[in-house]
Design a protein around this ligand. Structure first.
Ligand code: KIV
Length: 292
């Protein structure tokens, strides 16, 4: 599909914050979801490592590899040529030194065709963020609940509940801004703290489970559509369709139709020229006669 308009860029995103124009971000992991997200008008598509849970069947993002991210990012890029695409650097691919991190970033950009990468972590990864930005690659930060560190955090806990945690989050956000991140995802952060961080920064914040005071919102494609079975409801998600039920019921109807022979019906079949079958029998008869 040819691109019809130019994707958003990081300069315009900052303007959107200044103009209080909310930034919309949605994950997508393959060609059709990317096409649909673009047609629906999302500002940014995130090829999140949540694809580990959403489409690969893992119970965390930890097993996701850089090959997985490149593969899915490339499919998304084919489907959404007019949308700004951010692709996640997966678990432990940016902790082995700057050179190692840049190798992974190169793959995401050159092979995965993303416009930017997302890295989880705060002040502790600021030097890496700085190096990636210096290499010319926009970086989206991600603090609060960072799923790649879920074992270190001790579960999927809301962040920023007390003063010490709020201070740590603000310091992390400032460190990322200072390192050159173009925006920061705030995941599962209390509303007041997320709003305070958003007010302190000149770059946009994009919240998930972080309330109403951020500069944008991000949700996971499969959560928005309840595209999972079983679907696990989450307090911070608003679902807009129950696609899982639609898919299950539709496939069930297909199975029933085949079993009771109502599919294929007249309108699904192709017809041959008159006499084709007779000619087949005729030629096979002739063959038999020739042999005897
Ligand atoms: O991987 C992902 O989908 C994410 C979002 C939840 C922000 O990081």
């Amino acid at each position: 599909m040819a691109a019809t308009k130019k994707p958003l860029n990081i300069v315009k995103m900052k303007k959107m914050k200044e103009n209080k124009d909310p930034i919309t971000m949605l994950t997508a992991y393959d060609y059709p979801s990317a096409v649909l997200a673009e047609e629906a008008g999302v500002d940014i598509i995130l090829v999140g490592d949540s694809l580990g849970n959403a489409v690969l069947g893992y119970n965390s993002t930890i097993p996701v590899t850089i090959d997985d991210m490149v593969y899915h990012s490339r499919a998304v890029a084919r489907g959404a040529q007019s949308t700004f695409i951010v692709t996640d650097m997966p678990f432990m691919t940016y902790h082995g030194g700057i050179d190692e991190s840049l190798k992974g970033v190169r793959r995401i950009m050159q092979e995965g065709h993303a416009h930017a990468v997302k890295l989880e972590g705060g002040a502790e990864i600021a030097d890496t963020v700085r190096a990636v930005v210096k290499a010319g690659v926009p970086v989206l930060g991600h603090i609060g609940l960072t799923p790649q560190s879920v074992n270190q955090i001790g579960g999927f806990r809301v962040q920023g509940k007390d003063a010490a945690d709020a201070k740590r989050l603000l310091e992390d956000a400032k460190a990322l801004e200072e390192a050159g991140a173009f925006a920061i995802v705030l995941e599962l952060v209390t509303e007041a703290v997320a709003e305070a961080i958003s007010n302190e920064l000149s770059i946009p914040t994009i919240g998930i489970g972080a309330g109403r005071g951020t500069d944008g919102q991000v949700l996971v494609f499969h959560d928005v559509l309840q595209y999972a079975s079983p679907y696990m409801p989450k307090r911070f998600v608003k679902t807009y369709a129950d696609v899982g039920t639609i898919i299950r019921d539709s496939i069930g109807n297909y199975v029933q139709d085949v079993k009771n022979k109502s599919f294929p019906a007249e309108e699904h079949v192709f017809t041959a020229e008159d006499g084709v079958v007779d000619s087949l029998y005729g030629s096979s008869k002739a063959k038999v006669e020739n042999r005897s």
